[in-house]
Design a protein around this ligand. Structure first.
Ligand code: ASP
Length: 336
């Protein structure tokens, strides 16, 4: 940022008598940051074949590049999170879009939500079956309907009215590994056991743009072998996705626990109401509240200063980040 601009921010705050401007805000102006996830779950070293692991890391880098380029070009956090999530939706390695898990009937029902912090605008879809990019439809709900959330046949009917929303047959989302996961889950269910790997691979992104605005987005196929139109936390504003002026979160994990504990909102509320740091708030909710309730999973979060948190309590979480200083990375396992 030019020095004249750096000076202008505190001067403006003085001139307008603005009580909210803190030294931090001036220092943070112009910083950007991005954090993404590709799901938390039973991802242990040695459990991924090396070729799949390389492909997953490369796709995380591509998603970072897609969102990072938007931010570097002065674009909006909302555009950055959509761009990053769309790359992950297109990859068969993640449980969102292509590669979504199978429900109990052998089909796919997709959920997604997106939220912009400073305006509190939000859009969400649940149980859609023919929409290639559910995050794109969630954004269309936000921008082109008076509503926040549309579900099932109604969401499909809304998609019919939007020429830019690409449609595909439901079996376009099929992949062989997800079918094997369904067969395994159904064998285990028949034997009266829960499948420990019923979820993972949900995707999400949270971004801070140069104007200091935050957005968050999450997209998923939900849980393997789900039935009865089950909807998880991912499309629920406040549970799987949240953004406000100071903080944004996207969650991944056992969705019922994220809904009951309003996980994404709780992280940001702890910062707003108690003055907790991002790291303290995210850690307390994901590794405290969720675990004590009997759930598991992870979350990505960032604040208006560009601090990033990525807590999880599973063996791994696919994740990637670009810090305000431009340093970036991707990781899978807990020890990296
Ligand atoms: N949270 C998602 C759900 O419950 C699953 C996941 O994160 O993988 O639908």
């Amino acid at each position: 940022m030019r020095p004249s601009l750096l000076l202008a921010v505190p001067l403006l705050a003085l001139a307008t008598g603005c009580a909210h401007a803190r030294p931090d805000d001036a220092a943070a102006a112009g910083r950007t940051a991005l954090v993404i996830h590709g799901g938390a779950g039973v991802i242990e070293r040695g459990s991924l074949d090396p070729q799949a692991e390389r492909a997953i890391r490369a796709t995380l880098q591509q998603a970072l590049a897609a969102g990072g380029d938007v931010l570097a070009g002065g674009g909006a956090a909302l555009d950055a999170v959509e761009a990053a999530v769309r790359v992950l939706e297109e990859s068969p390695h993640f449980n969102a879009g292509k590669g979504a898990v199978f429900n109990a009937e052998g089909g796919h029902e997709l959920d997604a939500s997106i939220m912009e912090g400073h305006t509190r605008r939000a859009g969400a879809v649940a149980g859609v079956t023919t929409v290639r990019s559910p995050i794109r439809l969630a954004r269309a709900v936000m921008e082109h309907s008076p509503h926040v959330m549309l579900a099932g046949g109604g969401a499909e009917a809304f998609a019919d009215t939007r020429g830019e929303i690409e449609r595909v047959p439901n079996d376009w989302f099929d992949t062989a590994p997800r079918r094997r996961a369904l067969e395994r889950a159904q064998r285990q269910a028949a034997a009266g056991r829960e499948d420990a790997a019923a979820y993972f691979g949900t995707v999400g992104a949270v971004a801070l743009d140069a104007r200091g605005h935050i957005a968050a987005a999450t997209s998923t196929g939900g849980m393997t072998n789900k039935k009865w139109g089950r909807v998880g936390d991912s499309p629920l504003v406040g549970a799987g996705t949240w953004a406000d002026a100071g903080c944004g979160v996207s969650g991944t994990g056992w969705g019922e626990f994220y809904i009951r504990n309003a996980v994404a909102h709780d992280v940001c509320a702890r910062m707003a109401y108690r003055g907790d740091s991002l790291a303290t708030a995210a850690e307390a909710v994901v590794n405290g509240v969720v675990v004590e309730a009997g759930g598991d999973g992870g979350a990505i979060a960032l604040d208006a200063q560009g601090n990033i948190a990525m807590p999880f309590n599973t063996a791994g979480m696919y994740r990637g980040w670009i810090n305000p200083d431009g340093s970036r990375g991707v990781a899978i396992y807990a020890d990296e």
